[in-house]
Design a protein. Structure first.
Lengths: 247, 310
């Protein structure tokens, strides 16, 4: 039996006296696609931040492919195969798209400590950046500055940065937030095309777009796992209807 | 075109002792030293987003180590210079490791505290530093047996060192590593999530900036042949910082323009106006009002706008 991609045991996080995550236990198998649902303030992003190491949990443990990563800094976790996107777009606004992707590629490359050669004179890296941009159909604007992009294009670049690293575990934090129906379809197709070698965990409110992408669903409420299981089971569960759909 | 301008400017700089008097040659040497200080500090302030108020520590510390080794221990000037560079770089390793536990205002305060400790030591540890009297009796380096005692010879040495410093700092800033440094300045969290060790990136930059600060310190003590605790003062750190900001932080040319402006104002105008500090204040006021991003990027913007208008 192989170790799960993500094995979270009893994870709790308190901000002062306020619990944001309460005894979360979660298993995501290798190659699985998981949707995390929950109303605002349910602790979804806080959970992501603990998986990536941005926030240290108060108690509990996180294992990545069987490896204990609870105390590791974010940069080490990236090297172990975690990549993420942000709910609030976090890009290098003053730089070109190509430069943005190259910073992502550089993060996992030994060349990041090259103190002599500029990025521009690393043709292999530029080629890889170009390919990563092509995956999100932004290769034709590679030399444009991020600040000149539309909101939807920025969302796609967020995903390109993560995909460029060929992660083993990809965390998508509301990849469709604030997008038009048309743009949602683009993102949906993009996510559907991600190979199964990448395990996917996604936070998304838009159930219509997201549900068909995933195998399993976890419902968080007040920092706790309320329902956890197959897509159909969770959707049919009365608690989901009550908490999330407000029925 | 730009290349031609650069070559001509360089030629004018090399030939300076031929057409300028000794006062101006010496002033130019001081400008070059201030430029190295500002360029190295700019790596932290401009490219790293780490505002330090303690950069004079490295300049003054290197100068003191050189002076002390040469005059008190009787070490050869060359050995004293190499030791001073190594000791100061080591000091930057330690300072950086501690100060970079913080960023922003806290980082600024820690660097300030460090430099105040060194300044206090220089004043009070009289048996080593000779306190307020400073260390004198220092002789200039004679690289490869070439004496640097004349104003022109020292100037050429300072010019050569400045060029090496400029090229090294420019290469560092434009390299792949420099790109990660700017990334850490703009989006540290994202950079960490992408696999970049942000503490290490900042620390390497801090040490590199400290090394070039030490180089400037060696030139400083060789130029003055004397060292006083005021070289470690907050006023000196602030002057370096002002040079970076006035010229335009995060650009290669900015610190050169800023440091040159301040040094020239300080040394030249003080001969004519007693209240030169007030003049400096007015100049800064003008910079803040007309080109708030600094002289070099500001002029570039104004020129581009003029070009658009045609």
């Amino acid at each position: 039996m192989t170790a799960p991609a993500l094995d979270i045991q009893n994870l709790s996080k308190k901000f002062g006296g306020l619990p944001a995550t309460r005894h979360v236990t979660l298993r995501v198998e290798v190659g699985e696609r998981r949707l995390i649902l929950g109303p605002n303030g349910a602790g979804k992003t806080t959970l992501f931040n603990q998986i990536t190491g941005d926030i240290a949990p108060t108690s509990g443990s996180i294992r990545l492919f069987g490896l204990e990563i609870t105390g590791l800094p974010p940069s080490r976790r990236a090297h172990l195969g975690i990549a993420r996107t942000y709910q609030i777009i976090t890009l290098f606004q003053k730089d070109t798209l190509e430069h943005n992707v190259m910073l992502a590629l550089l993060g996992l490359s030994r060349r990041r400590y090259d103190m002599v050669r500029p990025l521009a004179s690393m043709p292999q890296m530029r080629e890889r950046a170009q390919r990563a941009l092509a995956r999100v159909a932004l290769d034709h604007v590679a030399q444009r500055k991020v600040s000149d992009l539309s909101y939807g294009e920025k969302r796609r670049l967020e995903i390109a940065l993560a995909l460029a690293q060929e992660p083993k575990l990809l965390l998508l934090d509301e990849p469709m937030a604030g997008l038009s129906t048309e743009e949602r379809t683009t993102i949906r197709n993009l996510i559907a095309a991600i190979p199964r070698t990448t395990t996917l965990v996604m936070i998304e409110h838009d159930m219509d777009s997201a549900l068909s992408l995933v195998d399993k669903v976890t419902l968080l409420h007040y920092g706790q796992v309320l329902v956890d299981g197959d897509r159909e089971t969770v959707v049919a569960d009365p608690q989901t209807r009550e908490v999330y759909l407000g029925l | 075109m730009t290349r031609l301008v650069l070559v001509l400017a360089l030629a004018a700089l090399v030939a300076l002792p031929a057409y300028a008097g000794e006062f101006y040659v010496n002033l130019a040497s001081q400008v070059l030293i201030a430029v190295i200080v500002a360029m190295s500090l700019n790596l932290l302030v401009g490219y790293g987003g780490l505002t330090s108020l303690g950069h004079a520590s490295f300049v003054g510390f290197a100068a003191y180590v050189y002076a002390w080794l040469a005059t008190r221990l009787g070490l050869g000037n060359g050995a004293a210079a190499v030791s001073a560079l190594m000791a100061t770089t080591g000091l930057a390793c330690v300072f950086g490791a501690v100060a970079l536990r913080a960023t922003g205002l806290a980082f600024l305060m820690i660097t300030l505290a460090f430099s105040q400790i060194l300044w206090g030591l220089a004043y009070r540890w009289v048996s080593v530093t000779n306190g307020d009297n400073g260390l004198s009796g220092i002789t200039r380096l004679a690289p490869f047996g070439v004496s640097l005692d004349s104003a022109a010879d020292f100037y050429w040495m300072a010019l050569a060192v400045s060029l090496v410093a400029f090229l090294s700092i420019a290469a560092f800033a434009n390299s792949a590593f420099g790109a990660t440094l700017r990334g850490v300045r703009d989006e540290p969290r994202r950079m960490a999530a992408l696999g970049h060790n942000i503490r290490l990136i900042r620390w390497i930059t801090f040490v590199y900036a400290g090394f070039w600060g030490a180089v400037a310190g060696l030139l400083y003590v060789n130029y003055h042949k004397y060292i006083h605790p005021s070289s470690l003062s907050i006023a000196n750190s602030a002057e370096g910082l002002l040079g970076v900001i006035a010229g335009g932080s995060g650009t290669l040319g900015g610190p050169i323009a800023g440091a040159a402006l301040i040094t020239i104002l300080k040394n030249y105008s003080s001969a004519y106006i007693e209240r030169w500090n007030m003049l400096l204040g007015f100049v800064f006021l003008a910079i803040v009002l007309v080109v708030p991003e600094g002289i070099v990027p500001g002029l570039r913007r104004l020129l581009a706008r003029k070009g658009d208008g045609k």
